[in-house]
Design a protein around this ligand. Structure first.
Ligand SMILES: [Zn+2]
Ligand SMILES: [Zn+2]
Length: 573
């Protein structure tokens, strides 16, 4: 066999899964709903969703789960959670903590934040099934996994020791060995205070680990480190949870997970994934999933984190940008490379998408056969619902950026007309409805607002300008400020007047003829540098000396509006 270059990095995993020769596969992902979940989690979910699509196309039955780990304890809360509320709920499983917002009506803290994430899946084209871990632990089949772990405590300890010990320094080695003497792989939710762990005054975390396993009675004894209560509870009470290094392989075994992506912290050699695999094989008698490690998704140059407060949620993303663009960004990037999501680069993402789409539909020639194969593979995986037969009609982001900043001077109908005429869509195939157009305008408006926000925080003027220029950010003042008119020279005013006449005399002007006319006026009629004339236009339109390329900009404006604008010069003089 010749070692063929793979069309896409996903194929490596596809081939590994295919080697197992299964007629049904299970894809698994997981998240603890400890607060607003940032968009980084969609990296593993979208990768898995792409695998789902690939295998479904091959006729394989695919189950795709997201485990919402709401049986995990609240170790800490994000800053936006009320402090008193934090104090009373610290150490409880997220499933047993009420929603932090009054009158919200959801069942728990976990549901509040978990559902916020889940509610965006449809818009991202993700089709998965949610399994709430707390509910899962109420079921007999999961409780049987607890029993197996308890019966095999010594073997589990030996596996953990093998992986963890080499990563520790001498002091911690000693601590680890000491802890292992009494260690049992199960934690209990205290019947008195509902806590499953305690954070001591010095900040150290103490899980409510079982201290004794009564095999014959099928019970464990615990002594709650939070309230001191000593209790005994059955394996089948629903109050017990496996230690997380065992919880993971137990779920893999129960659901026969075929593949699970995992962030780099868990994927390192000897990390939780590797111990999990060995536990899965030796304790639960299942080979375990194929490991698919991935790097973090960062927001610009910052790492995101629920507890760090740097959070950009999928919901927020959808308010600003296109979900297909996000799928593209995830799926075009090798999972071992980190992604920096930059909202100011959304136009570049769009350019890439457009190119891919054009090549997919045969509108643009690919540079090579490899390029064609790549885009043909990638494009369908980025779509939200279906793959249209013809290239979908799309209003370019550049145009939307323009139009959304003209909302204060042009009516929605006028803006829509501008958009449609520049798309050269004839009336019978209006594929972008005015309603959809309105949504796009709003989204673009929000996006520009975000960028403006970001720009105010940038201190380097060079970076500032480069973003401003790339995105054509401008604002059109309602009227021309009087003091600006006074700064215009007589020649500039004369030039503007000549341009007004030009407008009155000519119908349907395009950007080139506008641009040419301004040059002609400056050089031939007035004998001044064209730059002076351009400045005059920017001043009366935008209130500053520069702006987007003038020809296209003016061609976008409404003619009647522009004539009125120029009339203002004469009124005030
Ligand atoms: Zn709620
Ligand atoms: Zn307690």
């Amino acid at each position: 066999m010749v070692n063929k270059v793979l069309v896409h990095w996903l194929e490596e995993t596809v081939q590994e899964i295919s080697k197992r020769n299964l007629t049904e596969i299970t894809l698994s992902t997981g998240k603890t709903p400890s607060g607003h979940v940032h968009i980084g989690i969609l990296r593993e979910i979208i990768i898995s969703d792409a695998l789902r699509r690939i295998f479904e196309k091959k006729g394989v039955d695919v189950s795709f789960y997201l485990f919402m780990d709401d049986f995990d304890a609240a170790k800490r809360f994000p800053y936006y959670i009320d402090e008193n509320y934090q104090k009373s709920n610290l150490g409880k499983p997220f499933a047993l903590i009420p929603c932090p917002y009054e009158d919200c009506g959801c069942e728990s803290y976990a549901y509040h934040f978990g559902n916020e994430l889940i509610s965006t899946f449809k818009q991202f084209g993700i089709k998965n099934e949610i399994i709430w871990s707390y509910n899962l632990y109420q079921k007999r089949e999961m409780q049987e996994k607890i029993k197996i772990a308890l019966d095999n405590t010594d073997k589990i300890k030996e596996i953990l020791k093998k992986y963890i010990l080499p990563t520790l320094d001498n002091d911690r080695k000693k601590q680890f060995n000491e802890m292992q003497k009494t260690w049992i792989p199960v934690m209990a939710t205290c019947e008195k205070c509902n806590k499953i762990q305690n954070r001591a005054k010095d900040g150290s975390i103490h899980p409510n680990r079982a201290i004794e396993y009564l095999k014959k009675e099928q019970m464990v004894i615990y002594e709650c480190p939070a309230c001191g209560y000593r209790g005994r509870t059955s394996i089948y009470s629903g109050r017990l949870k496996l230690n997380w290094r065992i919880d993971w392989p137990a779920k893999w075994a129960l659901f026969k997970a075929t593949c699970e992506p995992a962030g780099k912290d868990h994927s390192v050699k000897g990390g939780a994934y590797d111990t999990g695999l060995e536990i899965c094989q030796r304790i639960y008698d299942y080979e375990g999933p194929i490991k698919l490690p991935y790097e973090w998704l960062r927001l610009g140059d910052q790492d995101m984190g629920t507890s760090k407060g740097i959070v950009f949620t999928p919901e927020e993303y959808l308010k600003l940008a296109d979900p297909e663009i996000y799928r593209m960004l995830i799926l075009r990037t090798n999972p071992m490379k980190h992604i920096s999501l930059r909202i100011e680069e959304i136009p570049q993402y769009h350019d890439y998408y457009e190119k891919m789409e054009n090549i997919f539909y045969g509108i643009e020639e690919p540079d090579s056969k490899e390029d064609y194969d790549l885009y043909e593979y990638l494009y369908p995986l980025t779509k939200i619902s279906y793959i249209p037969e013809n290239k979908p009609i799309r209003i370019p982001l550049k145009l939307l950026t323009f139009l959304s900043q003209m909302q204060n001077i042009l009516s929605l109908d006028k803006l829509y007309e501008k958009a449609m005429s520049s798309l050269r869509v004839n009336k019978t195939e209006k594929s972008v409805s005015i309603e959809d157009f309105k949504v796009l305008l709003k989204r673009t408006e929000k996006w520009i607002k975000e960028i403006k926000n970001k720009i105010t925080k940038i201190t380097d003027p060079k970076i500032k300008r480069s973003i401003q220029n790339k995105i054509d950010i401008f604002a059109i003042p309602e009227i021309i400020p009087k003091d600006l008119i006074n700064t215009l020279s007589d020649k500039q005013l004369e030039g503007l007047k000549l341009f007004k006449n030009f407008l009155l005399e000519n119908e349907n002007l395009d950007s080139d003829s506008i641009q040419n006319e301004i040059f002609t006026i400056a050089k031939e009629e007035l004998d001044i540098p064209p730059k002076k004339m351009f400045e005059a236009f920017y001043l009366i339109l935008l209130g500053k000396k520069s702006g987007p390329r003038l020809g296209p900009f003016i061609s976008m404006l409404d003619k009647d509006w522009l004539i009125k604008r120029l009339d203002q010069l004469e009124d005030k003089k």
